[in-house]
Write a protein that binds this ligand. Structure first.
Ligand code: NDP
Length: 333
């Protein structure tokens, strides 16, 4: 077996030496277990949080333990009544080639769909966009919806669902190539580069009627540019804050909290954080039906960035936190 373990906890930006590639023997399944061979591993921003021991909504990965992660895997040996050799499943096997499972948390995948979609547009990131936007953001026809990290699996789905609901979608991404993708591949009404020196002015110009829904994926400078543009009764699903995941120590500069609180009060803003799993039991079936239909009809498009080889997972993950990925980042084993 081959696996990637957490070698040490990163300080700031993760370093390749924070990970270690290890070899071991392939385990054999006991009664009631299956042996899984991982075909695709999903790399997601939340993994940065698991590498740290700061208090969070989920347990950290222990130093020396296999990095966690969602996977698409093939059952190669089964001693479980519900699974047969050859079944393709969604599992949470982590950064390794082979894993055992007692069946809990496995979901059999529809063989008619491309397997990688279960990690992106029809999986956790797509569901995050769907549940957060429709439950908290609630875009109405004619409203303006803004989202950053807009070429990734969450942001691209947010923009496209917003348009299906009749809203105007403004996408923010890093660099000209991603902005072109936002317009040409994902159909955003406007695409803006957050690295442009006059980004805040460009955003104001792109939102002449203000912002009704800001789907927060990044924080930092993007949030600073958005805050003055939020309309009365605007909704802000707080989904992610990737601009600060690698931060350590206290942020520099002035304390912006009083200004944020004043905006929340005076403009009756709704800021509501969420972790997608709170909506899974209630909304996952409707998500699969709606999103499955939109993907099939071409109303929702997706983009995947597939990297080959488990040994390349650490480098690809470090790049994800800084925007090196172009679409949903997946490792093919
Ligand atoms: P992406 O594939 O979009 O990758 C992250 C992107 O963030 C990078 O490609 C980069 O794009 C952008 N980024 C990084 N740093 C900055 C910065 N300082 N300012 C602006 N943009 C930055 O990731 P996902 O679609 O998987 O995830 C998007 C967000 O959703 C993340 O914050 C993630 O943590 C969150 N999330 C939350 C969930 C929940 O349940 N609450 C579940 C799943 C995801 P660019 O080149 O455009 O800058």
């Amino acid at each position: 077996n081959q696996r990637v373990v957490l070698a040490k906890r990163p300080v700031g930006r993760p370093d390749p030496n924070d990970f270690r590639l290890e070899q071991s023997s392939v385990p054999s399944p006991g009664e009631g277990e299956v042996l899984l061979k991982v075909e695709y591993l999903s790399l997601d921003p939340y993994m940065r949080g698991r590498m740290s021991d700061a208090k969070s909504y989920a347990e950290p990965v222990a130093v020396g333990a296999t990095m966690v992660g969602g996977t698409v895997a093939r059952v190669v040996e089964s001693r479980h009544p519900d699974y047969a050799e050859g079944d393709l499943v969604l599992s949470y096997s982590g950064w390794q080639r082979y894993a055992l499972s007692d069946g809990s948390g496995l979901r059999r995948l529809d063989p008619k769909l491309p397997p990688t979609t279960a990690l992106g547009v029809l999986g956790m990131p797509g569901f995050t966009a769907y549940s957060g936007l429709l439950t908290i953001g609630r875009p109405r026809p004619g409203e303006t919806v803004v989202v950053a990290a807009a070429s990734g699996p969450v942001g691209s789905a947010v923009g496209q669902i917003a348009r299906i609901k009749g809203a105007r979608a403004v996408g923010i991404a890093g660099g000209a190539e991603k902005c072109r993708l936002l317009r040409e591949h994902f159909g955003f009404d406007v695409a803006l580069d957050h690295r442009a020196p006059d980004f805040a002015a460009q955003l104001a110009q792109a939102c002449p009627d203000g912002i009704d829904v800001y789907f927060e994926n990044v924080g930092g400078k993007v949030w600073d540019a958005v805050l003055p543009l939020l309309n009365e009764f605007a909704r802000v699903p707080v989904c992610g804050l990737i601009a600060q995941y690698n931060a350590h120590g206290r942020a520099e500069g002035e304390d912006r909290l009083p200004a944020v609180m004043y905006a929340v009060l005076s403009r009756s803003l709704t800021l509501r954080g969420f972790i997608q799993r709170e909506f899974v039991a209630e909304q996952f079936p409707s998500f699969l039906r709606d999103m499955g239909g939109w993907v099939e009809s071409g109303e929702v498009r997706y983009l995947e960035d597939v990297v080959d080889g488990l040994e390349n997972a650490p480098g690809a993950f470090i790049g994800l936190l800084e925007g090196a990925n172009l679409g949903k980042l997946i490792v093919r084993l």
